[in-house]
Each structure stands twice: as structure tokens, then as C-alpha cells.
Design a binder for this molecule. Structure first.
Ligand SMILES: Cc1cc2nc3c(=O)[nH]c(=O)nc-3n(C[C@H](O)[C@H](O)[C@H](O)COP(=O)(O)OP(=O)(O)OC[C@H]3O[C@@H](n4cnc5c(N)ncnc54)[C@H](O)[C@@H]3O)c2cc1C
Length: 374
């Protein structure tokens, strides 16, 4: 089958690697000149590693990953609000984003990746789909996979009523080196009325951090915030936070407003299907966006390998739409709780959080492991 994949992000490249192995003729179209990830670090949940099973890609990801066993939420004075042990016998990993993308890309032949190919239009019929580019000749395919991210052009063409929703906060991110985080198997979030600070250990004495602050969409005031502003704002936070911000270079701080996608009813539109953020962009509160994009690719490849074409697409839809809707909704809820800024509500939230048994907190992510992959 001749398959076009639009977007060489984590989702598109995972799909390319797995579908190429099945013998399909694959072309990946990427609008940018280079395959690169804007972003500091990323967590890939054990649910993804489990679903990759014995595939070599799982080994590749494990090689670059720092193992994380515990997720801790604290207040700004470092009192523990909750401590969730991640599922036993699974490997939750953190790594640099570029590292992850490079590993996935190493499973995709360079010859099938077409950079500088911006898809402008897609015409889907019952049997074929035609892709039109900004500066290249149009081409017909049996199937087009729209893996073109949160602001997916493919999605807005085939599902014009789809909506991305701003969630009310913006996130600063950075990557630091030469830090000595002990123990290195715990990812932490400090929740406060001024915002939320996350610190995540990576291999080789690196770490990534994020700070999410309530703001209007495209808030010009926040855009002007640099390192000194963040340092001042979180100066009363525990040492660990101040040390990480000290290490951050002034110029390499990323800033993105947080959106998710109003869940879609289907990811399949004749010969065009959606995958990853294009299909189900979610807030980062569960650390699952890229993981779910990879799971889409795994499930799609499994279905195409196991069922006749039409049935495979229906199965993909059935397995992914409902599951990813749950991720979007849960993640949105966590974001609302974590971003509370009203002090009495924060005090109540923290009190309740301390009363909830850690086991119950851990159980919240159990559904991620139960999702079927075929
Ligand atoms: C602050 C933050 C923290 C996060 N942390 C985590 C985490 O810890 N774990 C996790 O699993 N997820 C996390 N995520 C989510 C994760 O980053 C995304 O879900 C993931 O990158 C989506 O991958 P994708 O391949 O679907 O889309 P993208 O990575 O957005 O890739 C889309 C690609 O399509 C290309 N493209 C777009 N339009 C066109 C076009 N018209 N023609 C050709 N190419 C096009 C783009 O250039 C891009 O390369 C986080 C997100 C944020 C914002």
C-alpha cells in the first residue's frame, strides 16, 4: 500500500518506522527543512514501552532513558501532597526530546523523508487520496496519515468543526546540565498559587524543568518574562528549584500556551486518518501526548497487519478514539486542580490531597496500561 505521512514528529516517524517494516511504500512529508524537536525533555510512559513489546525501538528508547519510579507533588515549602509509585514491572523513562526523535528517526530510512514539503491541501476520495504541496507536484496515495500536530492542517480540512481549546495557562521549559539530582528516580512538581514548577531528572546529570503559570492566551506580559523574572517569582521555593533555574541559560527558555483538542468522534475520514496531536492533542499533565501518538502508530500498524484494510481502519478508530478522549479529559482535570490560584481552594485541595492514599493516586493511571493494541 502507498502511504503518505504528513508530519515528521514523534507520531509520524513512529508510524513511518513500523509501517515501512510491514512492507508498505511510505513517504513522510515534513514542512520544515530539518527534523527537530522544539522542547526540552519528555517522559515516555511504561504503557508505551509495554506496547512496543519486543520491538527494537523499545531497546533504543530504554538506552537513552532515565528510569522514573515515583511522581511526587509538593507544595512550595516542600511538604509532600502526594507520592505516586508508578506501576510495578514497567519502565517509565525520561529523556531529551531531540534524543527521542533521533532514536525513532534511526528506524526510518532518510530516503523516505521529504523535508521542506508543506502539505497545502488534501483531497480524499473513496479509493485514493491526493496531496497538494506548497512548492511541489501533487501526488496520489492509498492512505494519508495526518500526523501534523496540534494545529493540524489536515484535521482542519477534513474535520472543519474541530476545535482546540486554550486551557488558561502557559508553560516555560528548559534543559539544564551538570546538576546532581538525588534520588534521580523521582519526578517532582511543586504546586503553588504563583504557578507550578516541575523538575525531571534525565541521564548524565541533566534535568528538564517546566513552570506553568495562569495567563491569557498569547499574553504579551508573560512573553517578556526571562530567567531573572522566573527566578524572582520562585525565589521563595526550595533550593532545588532555585538551583535549577540558576543553571538555565538566559536564551534557551521555551514558552508555549497550553491547548487541548475537543475530543473528535472519529479519526478516520475515508482515505485520510489522523494520528497523534492532530487527532487528540492533550495538555501535558499526564505526560502522555507523545506516548499516545506512539501508541496510535503501534495500534495502526498492528491493525493493518491483522485485518483487511477497511476493517483495520475501523478497528484503529474503535481502539483509539475512546481511549484518547479519556486521556484528554483526565489531563484537563489534573491541570485545573494543579493550576488553582485561589488560596482557600488551594488549602482545601492540599488538605484533601494529603488524605488520599498514595495507592489510590497510583491507580489513576492504570487505564493507560489496559488499552488494547489490536
Ligand atoms: C509543555 C509540554 C510538555 C509535554 N510533555 C510531554 C511528556 O512528558 N510526555 C509525552 O508523552 N508528551 C508530552 N507532551 C506532548 C507531546 O509533546 C506531543 O503530544 C507530541 O509531540 C505530539 O507529537 P506529534 O508527532 O503528534 O506532533 P508534532 O510533534 O507536533 O509533529 C507534527 C509535525 O508535523 C509538521 N507539520 C505541521 N504541518 C505540516 C504540513 N502542513 N505539512 C507538512 N508537515 C507539517 C510539523 O512541522 C511537525 O514536525 C508535552 C507537550 C507540552 C506542550
Amino acid at each position: 500500500m502507498k502511504i503518505a505521512i504528513v508530519g515528521a514528529g514523534i507520531g509520524g516517524l513512529t508510524a513511518a518506522a513500523l509501517l515501512k517494516e510491514q512492507g508498505h511504500e511510505i513517504k513522510v512529508f515534513e514542512k520544515n527543512r530539518e527534523i527537530a524537536e522544539a522542547g526540552a525533555g519528555i517522559g515516555i510512559g511504561g504503557n508505551v514501552i509495554d506496547k512496543l513489546g519486543k520491538h527494537d525501538l523499545a531497546k533504543g528508547i530504554k538506552n537513552i532513558g532515565q528510569i522514573i519510579d515515583v511522581m511526587e507533588v509538593l507544595d512550595e515549602k516542600a511538604n509532600v501532597l502526594s507520592k505516586a509509585k508508578l506501576k510495578k514491572n514497567t519502565v517509565n523513562l525520561t529523556m531529551t526530546r531531540q534524543g527521542l526523535l533521533d532514536v525513532i528517526k534511526s528506524y526510518v530510512p532518510d530516503s523516505i523523508i521529504y523535508t521542506n514539503h508543506k502539505v497545502k491541501r488534501v483531497d480524499s476520495g473513496a479509493l485514493k487520496v491526493e496531496l497538494h504541496f506548497a512548492e511541489h507536484q501533487s501526488e496520489a496515495f492509498d492512505l494519508c496519515i495526518g500526523a501534523d500536530g496540534l494545529h493540524s492542517h489536515i484535521r482542519s480540512t477534513i474535520a472543519p468543526n474541530s476545535k482546540i481549546l486554550y486551557q488558561g495557562y502557559t508553560v516555560f521549559r528548559g534543559l539544564v546540565e551538570d546538576v546532581d539530582i538525588k534520588p534521580d528516580n523521582i519526578a517532582k512538581e511543586y504546586w503553588s498559587s504563583k504557578g507550578r514548577v516541575g523538575i525531571v531528572p534525565l541521564l548524565n546529570n541533566k534535568a528538564y524543568w517546566f513552570i506553568s503559570i495562569n495567563a491569557k492566551a498569547q499574553d504579551a506580559r508573560l512573553k517578556s518574562y526571562g530567567k531573572p523574572h522566573l527566578q524572582a517569582r520562585f525565589n521563595h521555593f526550595p533550593n532545588e528549584v532555585r538551583q535549577i533555574l540558576d543553571k538555565q541559560s538566559e536564551t534557551e527558555i521555551l514558552l508555549h500556551d497550553m491547548y487541548d483538542l475537543q475530543p473528535l468522534k472519529t479519526f478516520v475520514y475515508q482515505r485520510v486518518i489522523l494520528l497523534g496531536d492532530a487527532a487528540h492533542a492533550t495538555t501535558p499533565n499526564m505526560g502522555q501526548g507523545a506516548g499516545q501518538a506512539m501508541e496510535d502508530a503501534i495500534v495502526l500498524a498492528n491493525c493493518l497487519g491483522a485485518y483487511p484494510f477497511e476493517e483495520a481502519l475501523q478497528k484503529y478508530d474503535k481502539l483509539r478514539v475512546k481511549h484518547t478522549k479519556k486521556v484528554i479529559k483526565k489531563s484537563r482535570k489534573i491541570g485545573k486542580l494543579a493550576q488553582l490560584s485561589n488560596r482557600p481552594l488551594i488549602a482545601l485541595r492540599n488538605k484533601i490531597a494529603k488524605l488520599i492514599p498514595n495507592q489510590l493516586v497510583s491507580r489513576q493511571t492504570k487505564f493507560l496500561y489496559k488499552a488494547k493494541s489490536k
